[in-house]
Design a protein around this ligand. Structure first.
Ligand SMILES: NC(=O)c1ccc[n+]([C@@H]2O[C@H](COP(=O)([O-])OP(=O)(O)OC[C@H]3O[C@@H](n4cnc5c(N)ncnc54)[C@H](OP(=O)(O)O)[C@@H]3O)[C@@H](O)[C@H]2O)c1
Length: 330
């Protein structure tokens, strides 16, 4: 089968289209023919191994010290069709449309992937997909949508509350804006100028161009700030949170975690970080919202698998609005 092999840590050119053996499902696994995958900021960070030292060391131990060895195919979001199942699989059958994530095992930049299905062995999430959603729309929900839901749920948003989303124009942010609107919030979306029209079009009530204005200097107060990219000033952001409000950080550094734990313990404000637990019910919930037309997957560009290098280059230009999709089956 065709797959994109990750040969080294580095620029997009380290990704090479090649042929690898088609996997065979074990007794508890399904073989998924992948129709759509995504290129995310996280994939690019992983490809370059662009992490703070404290994180890059365990990553090297997990993936390969000098070059990718234990994991050689990137890609953490996918949608496709079950081609066959192992003999113990009860939840799925051949022909089922599915979407989900292989988690940190990755492997979605390929024509096929085998995924375990029993809850004890599940390393990501896989759920059935109804006919009302395309594979491309579904693929981007598995991490972008799930992370947005994971954070916003913890803030228990009430109708009429003011919610600011920083880094709103990307994969997680575009879902977060729409989910916050779905919960009845007044949404302030912060991103660069080219993304602001798109953010208005998906429901943002107010937009802020971070290249022109620092939202932390505005003097406004918010019930919730969701800093998807974790790049705003921690101390100023916390001061903008109302009593009993929430500061959610999608991409926290070690100092955010330490200060956040202290603020949550000593004040009425809560600082939340962490990652979603790839919950199947949450993924199904998001798919239902999309099917009902309540939220949508923002798709910027589509690339075939053969143009994976171009797709990674585009994501690194920082122009991506919402999601970039890899289409494997038209
Ligand atoms: N917590 C978790 O479990 C988890 C899961 C997945 C991903 N992540 C991490 O979360 C981060 C965001 O993920 P994503 O997929 O949503 O990324 P993305 O699609 O690249 O979106 C990030 C958005 O933030 C904007 N941005 C960049 N710098 C900014 C700043 N200083 N102020 C305001 N906006 C800014 C970017 O626009 P411009 O580039 O035009 O500035 C872009 O629109 C990534 O670092 C990713 O690795 C965390």
């Amino acid at each position: 089968m065709k797959a994109v092999i990750w040969t080294k840590y580095g620029s997009p050119d380290v990704l090479q289209l090649g042929e690898v053996e088609k996997p065979e499902p074990k007794d508890n696994e399904v073989l998924v023919k992948i129709h759509a995958a995504t290129v995310t900021a996280g994939d690019c960070e992983m490809r370059r191994l662009k992490f703070p030292f404290l994180l890059s060391l365990p990553m090297r131990i997990y993936i390969g010290f000098r070059k990718p060895a234990r994991i050689t195919i990137l890609g953490m979001e996918l949608a496709g069709e079950i081609e066959s199942t192992g003999k113990d699989v009860k939840r799925f059958k051949a022909g089922d449309r599915v979407f989900g994530t292989p988690g940190f095992h990755m492997g979605a930049y390929a024509e096929y992937i085998c995924l375990p299905t029993s809850p004890e062995e599940m390393r990501g999430t896989l759920v059935k997909l109804t006919d009302g959603i395309s594979y491309e729309e579904a693929a981007a929900v598995s991490i972008g949508g799930l992370e947005a839901l994971h954070f916003l749920r913890q803030a228990n948003i009430q109708s009429g509350q003011k919610v600011l989303i920083n880094g709103a124009g990307g994969s997680i942010g575009t879902f977060a804006v729409q989910l916050a609107k779905h919960y009845g919030a007044e949404v302030i979306a912060v991103d660069s100028s080219e993304k602001l029209d798109m953010l208005r079009s998906i429901g943002a009530d107010h937009v802020v161009d971070y290249t022109q204005k620092d939202f932390t200097q505005s003097g406004e107060m918010y019930d919730v700030i969701f800093d998807v990219v974790g790049r705003s000033s921690f101390s100023r952001s916390v001061r903008m949170i109302k009593k009993n409000g929430y500061y959610l950080i999608g991409n926290p550094g070690p100092s955010h975690m330490l200060q956040g734990a202290w603020i949550s313990k000593t004040t009425s404000r809560k600082v939340i970080f962490g990652t979603s637990n790839h919950n199947m019910e949450d993924l199904t919930f998001l798919a239902k919202l999309i099917e009902a037309g309540k939220i949508k997957t923002v798709i910027d560009r589509r690339y075939p698998l053969e143009q994976i290098v171009e797709a990674h280059r585009y994501v690194e230009t920082d122009q991506k609005k919402g999601n970039v999709i890899i289409t494997l089956v038209e």
